[in-house]
Design a protein around this ligand. Structure first.
Ligand code: ATP
Ligand code: MG
Length: 559
């Protein structure tokens, strides 16, 4: 069962309902379609949809598409897919660009009230005039244009008479406000760019800080939940609602962003990884994107449970990636069929097993869930084991195969290593063993014990498979050590300097023949190797490609 814990936003909502400040709950998830969603967004999704669900409210999916240069319908489609895959149904589906006309009219209203003006200062000048945290800003020489002149200029901005950056519309608030966001923020800019939704209808676009409160008000959002970097913008948010005379008044509430160790979490950086081909797309299994996690084999439930466990607070929380892994293991434990796969094959010939004999062995599909039944595994004279499961000169406490040693083959027999065959360079190419028919698994043999149990596949019947093993994309440890001064570092490093060159290992091995009909996104637990997902992008009729979701062991302990 998924749990719901209490948090400060829930407390606010409860109070609002009890005091009658609100009589319903309406939230929204408002991504900008300028990239694919990442697990940080999952936090916002879970909070927004989760709270609305709990209070029988509604949630909109709204695309905050006020920046035509960065936005694209490819992103719109991927975001819809990811939100639905995570298990959420939106009530309304909207685009900020649906409201461009209304936003324009509200800006005109501000001008008419003497609360907005057209400014000719350049972006650099505006920045200069803005002042700093300790010094007040300076008023623009254009600040006191007449209402008529402003109305005329704004209309002409809309009509395309000015080039990019030539003029902006600014809210007229207070250039000496201690809150820099209130020092006459720009609310409209000229941008001659084709918009993914409105095409060339517009050449002026509202700024986020102006657009967002209007979108919330138009949709009747009650609780506008965002991350804490918007805290300083809250006074401006409320100013826009008031001065634009919006009837409905939403309330902005901020919560802390989610981060994860050993990765980056910002669309801008993730896009850089894609554009510079560090990864093979937004859905590369090493990416912290929802689509990457899906392709790696994560389940929606694992992601939801993980996000819930990180809680809702004002502080920025960096979760250990081991915690994310914990939740996918938990979810797959009782679902994923068990199987055997050999990632780095070494051939073993069982010399006393009859040449043409094949027997079918019975094995449980999931010993923790007997109802899942059994599968059949062929066994014959030649099998593959893992290269690492054989050593010619083993150290002490090596219980696997070595000359003279006997081990158990999972679901099959005991075998004993009799001979090692090498090529002319001295490389081991084949092991010769004998088996003891008395020791067959499931017959209750108790004659003697062996310490090692090896997994294997039948060489003649096994299917070829590719296994992709992943390591973190970014080496946090190295990065942190440099930041802490333990290691010498030059100044100008970016996250791209901490890319792990060994984040992907591709191996070619074999799987049990009963897996011939498996489908993309099917998930399995391979004995000793962990959980794997059938890769939807690279799997072909000839070759199945598996992504390792997570290994079996964890250092993570749930509190
Ligand atoms: P990014 O910096 O990754 O591009 P963003 O905040 O610009 O993120 P938006 O598309 O604006 O991305 O995000 C939609 C919603 O998701 C916003 O309400 C935002 O606050 C929230 N969100 C984004 N990243 C995180 C995160 N790491 N943790 C929690 N919420 C997040
Ligand atoms: Mg953004």
């Amino acid at each position: 069962m998924e749990h719901n814990s209490s948090n400060f936003i829930k407390t606010i909502i409860k109070e609002d309902l009890e005091t009658g400040k609100r009589d319903y709950v309406y939230t929204r998830f408002p991504p900008e379609p300028n990239g694919y969603l990442h697990i940080g967004h999952a936090k916002s999704i879970v909070i927004n949809f989760g709270l609305a669900d709990e209070f029988k409210g509604k949630t909109n999916l709204r695309f905050d598409d006020t920046n035509p240069l960065k936005e694209d319908t490819e992103y719109v489609e991927s975001i819809k897919e990811d939100v639905a895959w995570l298990g959420y149904d939106w009530d309304g589906l909207f685009f900020a660009s649906d409201y461009f006309e209304e936003m324009f009219n509200r800006a005109v209203l501000l001008i008419k009230k003497g609360k907005a003006y057209v400014d000719d200062l350049t972006a650099d000048e505006i920045r200069e005039y803005r002042g700093t945290l300790t010094e007040p800003g300076k008023e623009s020489p254009y600040r006191n244009r007449s209402i008529e002149e402003n109305l005329d200029l704004f209309e002409r901005m809309r009509n395309g008479e000015f080039g990019n950056g030539e003029k902006v519309l600014r809210a007229k608030i207070d250039m000496s406000s201690p809150n820099i966001n209130l020092r006459d923020p720009v609310i409209y800019r000229v941008s001659h760019a084709t918009h993914h939704n409105t095409g060339d209808t517009w050449c002026i676009y509202p700024m986020y800080a102006f657009a967002h409160p209007l979108e919330d008000a138009i949709e009747g959002i009650t609780h506008s939940l965002c991350t804490t970097e918007f805290e300083d913008q809250r006074p401006l948010y409320n100013w826009v609602i008031e001065e634009c005379e919006m009837e409905h008044k939403p309330q902005q509430i901020e919560f802390g962003r989610l981060g994860i160790t050993n990765t980056v979490m910002s669309k801008r950086k993730l896009k850089q990884l894609v554009d510079e081909k560090v990864v093979d797309g937004w859905d590369d299994p090493r990416m912290p994107t929802i689509s990457g996690l899906r392709r790696k084999g994560y389940t929606p439930k694992a992601i939801r449970e993980f996000v819930k466990e990180t809680g809702v607070s004002k502080g920025f929380a960096t979760a250990d990636e081991a915690m994310l892994e914990h939740f996918v293991r938990e979810d797959l434990k009782l679902q994923a069929p068990r199987t055997m796969g050999i990632l780095k094959p070494l051939k073993v010939v069982i010399t006393n097993y009859p040449e043409d004999q094949v027997e079918m062995l019975d094995a449980e599909i999931n010993p923790e869930v007997p109802e899942m039944g059994t599968r059949q595994i062929p066994f014959s004279r030649e099998i593959y084991i893992e290269q690492e499961d054989f050593m010619e000169n083993p150290p002490k406490k090596y219980f696997r195969l070595f000359p003279g040693n006997e081990v158990r083959l999972k679901h099959a027999y005991f075998i004993k290593c009799e001979d090692v065959i090498k090529d002319k360079n001295g490389n081991v190419i084949e092991i010769h063993c004998t088996y003891d028919p008395e020791t067959k698994s499931g017959t209750g043999f108790t004659g003697r014990k062996v310490k090692g149990t090896l997994h294997w596949v039948d060489a003649k019947h096994a299917l070829p498979a590719e296994f992709r093993l992943y390591e973190p994309l970014i080496l946090d440890k190295q990065k942190n050590e440099e930041v802490e001064g333990e290691v010498e570092s030059s100044e100008e490093k970016t996250f791209l300097d901490y890319i792990n060159e060994n984040s992907l290992e591709v191996l070619h091995g074999f799987i049990e023949p009963n897996m011939k009909d498996i489908q993309p996104q099917d998930k399995f637990q391979f004995f000793r190797h962990g959980y794997f997902n059938v890769d939807p992008k690279h799997t072909t009729a000839e070759k199945t490609v598996f992504n390792r979701i997570v290994s079996l062991k964890s250092s993570f302990k749930l509190k």
